[in-house]
Structures are given as C-alpha cells and as structure tokens.
Design a protein around this ligand. Structure first.
Ligand SMILES: [Zn+2]
Length: 319
C-alpha cells in the first residue's frame, strides 16, 4: 500500500464511465472521514491540498496524515496539490512526497500558461509525479484563488495545450465555480421549494473537448452541490449562509459519464462538518470536549463522501 499517482485511476475511470472524487483535506478528522468512506465503499479517492491547507496544517503534518490513512485503511490514495500558483510551490510538493500536482496557469496568456505548465511537467515527470493543468477561468473564490471574470475553455485550444505541455489531465471551465456562493441569485431561477437553481453546465464544450482529446482525463473544479440540507441546518442553528448555491448532482453525474475523470469537492465537506458541529453545540450547550463535536463532524463528512461516491462519482466498488 502506498500513495500512488492518478494514472491508473483515471484510465479505469475513463473506461468505466465514472469519476474520481478529489476531496480537500485540512486536518486529521477530514482525512479520516474521506479515507474511511473510500475504504467502505471500495472507491479510489484523491486527497487534495490547497495552498491554504498547507499554510493551516503544514506540509509535514498533511504528509504524515495521508501516509497514516493509507496504512490504516489498506487503500492506495493519490496526494495532490490543488491550484499550484507557481513552479516553486509545485517543486516543493513534488520534492515533499506528493504524487500529483496542479499548476494553475489559467490566469496567464495561452503562451505563458504553456511555458509554465511545461516546466512543471518536465520536473514532475522526471520524478514520477503527474501534473494537472488548467485552461479557462472559473468564477468564485477558493482560498487564495479568486476570479472576477470567468471564461469558458475554448475547445480549439485544448489539443495544442496538451501536446505542447505534456500534462496528464486538464481542468476546464464549463460553468462550475468555486466556493459556497457559486452564482448570484440573479443568475439563477428558483424551483418549487424556493431553492436557487443555477444555469446548466456547458455540456457542448465538454463534448467537444472529449472529441478532440479521446481518452484524455478532464477535471472539474468548483463542483460541490452546496448540499441544501446542510445549509438549512446551519441557518436554522444560527448560521448565516443566505442563498448559497452549487452544481446539481445529476449534472455532475452526467459529466462523470463523459470525459470528466476527476471532480473536486470541498465546500460540501465544509458544510457537512459545520452542520455537525453546530448541531452538537446547540443540543448540548454544556459540551466542551472537542472530541464530542469533532466526532459528529467527522461522521457527517464521512456520510457526505460516501454519498458523493455512490450518487455523483459512480466510483463505488471500483477498487
Ligand atoms: Zn479549484
């Protein structure tokens, strides 16, 4: 058992018409929840670390926890850097034991994005590490990643980008968005329960990308559904998350059956954890042992990850 790259996972996922969940990790409880769910559902998963997570928990702790999760669960996981902003942070994660890194050059010009991505790919491949690149800009906010103006990926650019950089997977922009407020109320319609429904994903772009890059793994960022039950519970218990809105799960399931092999999920984990903690503290105001509320929070995250594996990713029983 070991930390592995995503190569084999993506190949099987592409052929099998499902996707691998990439879940963001920040602390021990979250790592345990994700990896226990993966082991029980017999599903591969990617543990991913943002710049913010590295700042919060430190590289050495996350590394040790990821290795402990492999040992404890008996499952191989990939350990991935989410949104590497420059060559240096990618190099530091590659040297520090990650099996996969993302270099996000999507804010640069096409040529600069290619040059930067290629540089990371050369360094990574020489050390057995795989690389995810990005074309097109997502809306929303994720840790330090903020995009005021999103722009869809141009399908006519993907072949040249992949060929010239040598990347192993590519994140594209087809209408997903980072964070718990993916769309303004104005951009959405409301369903019969008054819940905001966002504009549909651009499946035409995904289809065209898939045609141009047959067999090549595509990645969706900002793909939480912003679970309505969690948001309602948080708000009922004193939280303030008005009109939080995400991507409907059936659309993600559809994308997973197409060229999408990796779906990033962070906000739904945050929401499940927060709902669990708020519930314990509301029901037991006398509680002050962190284990009491973190145990419930961990169980909520585990339930959420299992739900995603079965209903969104379609990766149950694929180990
Ligand atoms: Zn992202």
């Amino acid at each position: 058992m070991a930390l592995v790259t995503t190569k084999e996972m993506f190949k099987k996922a592409y052929e099998g018409g499902y996707a691998i969940g990439a879940f963001n990790i920040n602390n021990m409880e979250i790592i345990q929840a994700i990896t226990e769910a993966a082991a029980e559902e017999k599903s591969p998963v990617i543990l991913q670390v943002s710049a913010g997570a590295r700042k919060y928990a430190k590289h050495a702790y996350l590394m040790a926890l990821a290795k402990a999760a492999v040992e404890d669960s008996g499952v191989d996981f990939a350990l991935h850097l989410d949104h590497g902003a420059d060559f240096e942070v990618c190099k530091s994660c590659i040297d520090g034991g990650f099996t996969s890194v993302m270099i996000d050059g999507s804010h640069h010009s096409f040529e600069d994005n290619i040059a930067l991505t290629k540089k990371v790919v050369e360094y990574a491949h020489a050390r057995g590490v795989v690389v995810e690149g990005e074309l097109g800009v997502l809306a929303g906010v994720e840790d330090d990643i903020a995009a005021e103006n999103s722009s869809y990926t141009k399908p006519e650019e993907v072949e040249e980008f992949v060929t010239r950089t040598g990347v192993d997977s590519l994140a594209i922009s087809i209408g997903t968005s980072h964070g718990a407020y993916k769309f303004t109320a104005k951009q959405c319609t409301r369903n019969e329960h008054g819940v905001l429904v966002p504009p549909p994903l651009r499946f035409d772009i995904l289809e065209e990308v898939g045609k141009r890059l047959p067999g090549f793994p595509i990645v969706l960022h900002g793909a939480s559904s912003v679970a309505h039950e969690c948001v309602s519970e948080i708000n009922a218990l004193g939280g303030k998350l008005p009109d939080a809105v995400g991507i409907p799960e059936e659309q993600l399931r559809r994308a997973a059956k197409m060229a999408v092999c990796k779906i990033n999920i962070d906000s739904d984990i945050r929401l499940a954890m927060t709902a669990g903690i708020r519930r314990v503290l509301a029901e037991k105001p006398e509680a002050f042992d962190p284990r009491e509320y973190l145990k419930v929070a961990r169980a909520e995250v585990k339930k959420m990850v299992a739900h995603k594996i079965v209903n969104v990713l379609g990766s149950k029983n694929t180990l």
